[in-house]
Write a protein that binds this ligand. Structure first.
Ligand SMILES: O=C(O)c1cccc(C(=O)CC[C@H]2O[C@@H](n3cnc4c(=O)[nH]cnc43)[C@H](O)[C@@H]2O)c1
Length: 218
């Protein structure tokens, strides 16, 4: 099975790519944010399909903010749910997702068996990974996100875009994130990007053989 892995930036791609050497996999840096991630992933999926060598699995991978205490810096999170957390409308009563307005979708669910296998292989923690267009920078917003998404372990900026593209092509999706910083008050200097990239490399070293042999049953 051919695998497409989408990261946001080249350092994430370079942390993940060694795990897939010699395998039928492409690891692409598609850009920061859900729109670029969707466009880059959809383009790669379309090209592969036109070449007659379509992908059987798409993986969104990279660093993320982690919700404490479930996902400390350096830990790995395996998404059992990929949710667009800020796709909707603010109202006097609070945030309303687009689905409640009659549009689209806000959640994609990776195959449950694949999530279980990925957790077993990597020691990662299963939980919701939120996709946001704005990095959370206050304790209030972190608390509001957790109140709306009690199972959330991480937030990042690409997973939902990657999942929308995969869904449009009928291809299953997985999201794996290594935590570089806590979700909360902005302290960019405290981000441990090197530690997270190391966790990503180690995690994918264990995960890649599992993905290569995975067959969808659910
Ligand atoms: O420093 C900033 O203000 C800033 C604004 C936009 C983007 C960034 C990035 O460094 C890109 C973040 C990159 O990594 C993922 N990431 C990592 N931590 C978080 C987080 O706490 N919340 C959301 N995304 C995060 C994200 O997927 C991006 O690709 C910095």
């Amino acid at each position: 099975m051919r695998i497409l892995v989408a990261t946001a930036v080249p350092v994430e791609r370079d942390a993940v790519a060694p795990a897939f050497e010699g395998m039928a996999a492409d690891v692409l840096a598609v850009g920061v944010g859900p729109a670029l991630a969707a466009a880059g992933t959809a383009t790669a999926l379309t090209r592969a399909a036109l070449e007659g060598a379509g992908y059987g699995l798409v993986v969104s991978a990279g660093i993320a903010g982690g919700f404490l205490p479930g996902a400390p810096v350096g830990s790995l999170v395996v998404a059992d749910e990929i949710t667009a957390a800020d796709l909707g409308a603010e109202t006097a009563e609070g945030f309303v997702p687009v689905t409640a307005l009659g549009f689209g979708t806000v959640t994609h669910r990776p195959p449950a068996a694949l999530v279980r296998d990925a957790v077993a292989a990597t020691g990662g923690r299963p939980g919701a990974v939120l996709t946001v267009s704005t990095v959370t920078g206050t304790a209030e917003r972190a608390a509001a996100l957790r109140a709306r998404h009690p199972t959330a372990l991480a937030e990042a900026m690409e997973g939902f875009g990657v999942a929308e593209a995969a869904g449009a092509h009928g291809v299953p999706v997985l999201e794996i994130r290594a935590v570089s910083n806590p979700v909360g008050p902005r302290d960019r200097a405290a981000w441990r990007i090197g530690d997270a990239l190391t966790a990503l490399t180690e995690g994918f070293g264990k995960l890649a053989p599992v993905l290569e042999s995975w067959k969808q049953h659910d």
